[in-house]
Design a protein around this ligand. Structure first.
Ligand code: SER
Length: 323
């Protein structure tokens, strides 16, 4: 019987992950936690928890008899640049606290499986950009990316040295209609749908040809759970797996949206986020994820756009698009 703690559940991934895990493992076996006083997404079992307070994290793990932890609390690439020390402290110490607890539990015969998200931000300007291989030069330029690269090293270290069963994915930009993104460079790919639904022009902060790896939330959630459920001896990568969803740029996404809203318009005003995006891959080679735990992406651009359009509601009394 698994007991699962998800830390950072008020964020973009956490809210939907709790829903999927609850469906799978039952409401009594999924504990949602975040720093705020209550769940923003109606999680049934919720604990207020600062991941930097390792005593309380350990108490909750013991109290509930937790067997798996998803540690998702982090500052992303854009918010991280506004508060680099805070981003470093949260992103690194949050992970370290969980890895240390897992090490102690493992040594006491109570193994704890850990999931921690890495990111395409762990790559940098000297990484090959097309079909970026699993093993490549990684020279991240943002504090977020640096924390992800260091975190990958820590995960692998704790696995090799202490046998901690930690697993990770280098998430592409995640697109969802339920929960808003939290201060990333890839957020345009969500904001653009909301603008289209409101009948507004979208002023994009990335240039038209800025191709980035992306993934639709249902695929991201499926990848995460499939990785966590795979037998431990199949997991050859203990840093973080490349996982490909799809790749597109703002021009291509706008074109796909125009099929639904022919009058939709996009303009481009690259800002400081362009410099971040320019250091990230265009597409990922996810051979290892496919071979080790059977990953394959299911959702392409057409289906993504269709689903986003169907689920993002136009404002009740606002402007409807003429189309
Ligand atoms: N979506 C994230 C960001 O843009 C990348 O992991 O920061």
């Amino acid at each position: 019987m698994e007991r699962i703690l998800v830390i950072g559940t008020n964020g973009q991934i956490g809210s939907e992950l709790v829903e999927a895990l609850t469906e799978k493992y039952g409401v009594d076996n999924v504990i949602a936690a975040d720093i705020g006083p209550h769940s923003l997404y109606g999680a049934e079992c919720y604990e207020t928890l600062d991941v930097l307070d390792s005593n309380r994290v350990a108490q909750i793990i013991d109290g509930y008899g937790v067997t798996q932890v998803y540690q998702l609390a982090a500052l992303l690439s854009v918010t991280g640049e506004q508060a680099p020390l805070k981003a470093w402290t949260l992103n690194m110490n949050g992970l370290l606290n969980i890895l240390e607890i897992a090490r102690e539990r493992g040594q006491a015969g109570k193994p704890l499986r850990v999931f921690w998200p890495s990111s395409i931000a762990a790559f940098g300007p000297h990484t090959p950009t097309v079909d970026t291989p699993q093993l490549a030069v990684m020279d991240p330029t943002t504090i977020y990316g640096i924390s992800k690269q260091a975190g990958e090293r820590l995960c692998e270290y704790y696995f090799n040295k202490f046998d901690v069963d930690v697993r990770s994915i280098r998430y592409p930009g995640i697109i969802s209609h339920k929960s808003p993104p939290g201060g990333g460079t890839t957020d345009y790919a969500i904001a653009i749908f909301h603008a289209a639904q409101r009948g507004e022009r979208y002023d994009c902060y990335l240039g038209p040809e800025t191709t980035l790896p992306m993934i639709y939330m249902p695929d991201a959630i499926r990848a995460t759970i499939e990785l966590m459920e795979a037998p431990a001896d199949q997991i050859r990568i203990r840093s973080a797996y490349n996982v490909a969803g799809l790749s597109f740029n703002p021009r291509e996404l706008a074109q796909a949206i125009k099929q639904y809203f022919p009058q939709f318009e996009i303009s481009y005003q690259p800002d400081q986020r362009q410099a971040i995006a320019d250091t990230w891959p265009h597409s990922l080679d996810d051979t290892y994820a496919r071979a080790d735990w059977g990953w394959h992406a299911g959702i392409g651009l057409q289906q993504l756009v269709e689903d986003m359009m169907a689920n993002i509601k136009a404002p009740q009394c606002g402007l409807h698009h003429a189309a």
